[in-house]
Design a protein around this ligand. Structure first.
Ligand SMILES: Nc1ncnc2c1ncn2[C@@H]1O[C@H](COP(=O)(O)OP(=O)(O)OP(=O)(O)O)[C@@H](O)[C@H]1O
Ligand SMILES: [Mg+2]
Length: 251
């Protein structure tokens, strides 16, 4: 078994109302999984549980050999160590880029490796340059986020996540804040990473991207997985009426 992500009966409520009611799925190494579903169905909450940004109420999340299990009775310190390890394994990219505005692109990318991993500046910069070249920002190292287009900012945010050599990349609507003309350049980076074998989980409304690149599509509604399958299955023969209604708006 070489699943890299395993989620089992994941439950999360906010003030008594359920955001996730028993989510289970696995992701194999190198797979690209797309998560779709209507607003408020729990997509962001699910991603946030996967990288320890949100603590869940029940169930289990495993990334590689790190397991967060609500039933495990860990001390406060052990639990925090586990969370820290998990966040180092999981890169996260948000709709709103979230770059540090007062730092250049290069400084944004070297920061976490230097502070968290104690990598020396020379090695951190060397790796940052390599990654920034890969995402097409080799000429923008000394720019500040405000001097970049949205697409460039998002590519810098992806580079920043990659600098920690994560096992998994999570994206929460990475192209939703972009002008239509800039969406493609960000999708292209995810394709490239897919070709290189990166394991990725992407919340997106870019159905053409999902159809072309996803290994599997998971459909959420009201905190539950209502169906999942190959893009072919989900887009041409959705079984659940809620999937059909949702897709009608995008296809
Ligand atoms: N911090 C929070 N406090 C209270 N309720 C929350 C919080 N975060 C999410 N929720 C609720 O949990 C449910 C799932 O929210 P979530 O943001 O995960 O949905 P989503 O599928 O990402 O929606 P969207 O497509 O609009 O981004 C919603 O009902 C939302 O109101
Ligand atoms: Mg969301």
């Amino acid at each position: 078994m070489n699943s890299l992500i395993s989620v089992s009966n994941l439950q999360k409520s906010f003030g008594g109302s359920a955001a996730l009611s028993g989510i289970s799925f696995d992701v194999q190494v190198s797979e690209l999984t797309v998560i779709i579903g209507p607003s408020g169905c729990g997509k962001s909450t699910l991603l946030r549980c996967l990288n320890g940004l949100e603590l869940f109420d029940g169930g289990m999340v495993r990334i590689g050999d790190i397991t967060l299990d609500r039933k495990a009775n860990l001390s406060h310190g052990d639990f925090n160590n586990l969370l820290r390890n998990l966040r180092e394994e999981v890169g996260m990219v948000f709709q709103s880029f979230n770059l540090f505005p007062h730092l250049t692109v290069l400084e944004n990318v070297v920061l976490a490796p230097m502070v968290v991993r104690k990598v020396d500046r020379r090695s951190a910069e060397e790796k940052a340059r390599e990654i920034l070249n890969k995402v097409g920002l080799g000429e923008r190292l000394q720019h500040y986020p405000s001097q970049l287009s949205g697409g460039q900012q998002q590519r810098a945010a992806i580079a920043r996540a990659l600098a920690m050599s994560p096992k998994v990349m999570l994206y929460d609507e990475p192209t939703s804040a972009l002008d239509p003309g800039l969406v493609g350049e960000v999708l292209a980076i995810m394709r490239k990473l897919d070709d290189e074998g990166m394991t990725q989980v992407v919340v997106t409304h870019e159905m053409n991207f999902a159809r072309d690149v996803a290994d599997r599509v998971i459909v959420l509604a009201e905190g539950e997985i209502i169906e999942s399958g190959s893009p072919q299955e989900i887009f041409t023969a959705p079984r659940d009426e809620r999937t059909r209604n949702f897709l009608q708006r995008y296809l």
